[in-house]
Design a protein. Sequence first.
Length: 445
Amino acid sequence: MTDLAEQGSRVGQERANRLAIDGGVPVRSEPLPWELPGVHWIGEEERELVDRVVRARSPFRFYGPDPQHMVETLEREWCEAFGHRNALGVSSGTAALTIALSALGVGPGDEVFVPGYLWVSCLSAVVRVGAIPRLVDIDETFCIDPEDLKRKIGPHSRAVLCVHMSGAPGRIAEIAEICRAHGLGLVEDCAQAAGASVGGRAVGRFGDIGIFSFQLNKNMTSGDGGMLVAEDDALFRRIVALHDLGYPRNEKGRLDSSDEACQLWGMGARMSELAGAMALAQMRKLPRITGAMRASKWRIREQLADLPGLSFRHIPDPAGDTGPFLLMLLPDAALARRFVEALRAEGIAGPPGSLACITMQEWGMHWYFNVPSLVQRRSNSRDGFPWSHPANAFAKDYHYGVGALPRCDEFQARGALLAIGSTLTEADESDIVTAFRKVANGLLR
Ligand SMILES: Cc1ncc(COP(=O)(O)O)c(C=O)c1O
């Protein structure tokens, strides 16, 4: 090679290595697909089932001119697919959480453990039933740390709301064991983890009650919607009454107030047949949706395993991960911000409005101290309920601001997240890996 050619190729190499954020050439120019996993799979099957409901003019599950039994079929197939004894379609995951805590009889005088990495709905469910949220720290699984849970159990502890965050469970079997040993109820929030499992056991089968969400961001979607599962038949009967108008129904679909054990106050959170039809078509695709995300995510993760300064969330059973998010940790908050900005400049970003590649600092009400109504102890009523309830006086010194959970605070500061689309191509995966290696090389060496 002539001196000139050598110089030219060195300049070319330098330009290729220069980060896009510093004026270099980006790895890709096309946005990555939207994260919303089920959305890409909506097609003829959803249309056919929804059409059937419309043609039958029967969008209500319990009676009507010609009910198509979409919600009932969804519940039956859900049980068959995941090994649950009872399943109930509902209008949302948020409603399902409140119903679950009410079904367990949780109320004033009780504290419910919730992790600091969660979604605002987990807190609102506890507060709406009149109980007190008690924060528990997370561990490297980004889910409840069983050691912190054990340390905090006290006379008012009543239940644990264990959240399988970002698609995968943490140490759920240990948490279930702690709940059993201390007589605590266990609700599994599987909103972000439909189709996940540990050791072949589906999420929602470790606790007393499991809840799921079918909102747009979830592994499968009906726009809005959710599911409750429970093994115990009597508990499930309460759940059914609570999700409706406070009473079970007879075989004609009419309210039945004859059972004294089931005269309650309902949530009005029934699932419509239209949502049931959508959810049924989506659940039949769920193994393919989660299979695609899991495969993409672990292929990417394995190719990044050797990068110094970048570490990933610990997932105890990768086979049971559903794969929608790659969670990572950088050495400090400044590097986390710079790393994500640099990735986005390389084209590792979704379409406008998507949250495909972000720092944990941009992840809003997934972190306890970003929920103003928790930190400020807001109430929906004039009297400050439930914070003002005399039976809740035990919690007057509980602190919900930054500093309450050191591990959460640290992971929020130096964490980052890449959403894994359910339709990534080989080329998308290869661009992601190339961009990560390029940025890590530039910033983390
Ligand atoms: C962990 C978690 N719990 C509960 C919910 C509430 O579900 P929904 O939006 O269906 O009310 C969500 C999602 O929104 C969630 O991510």
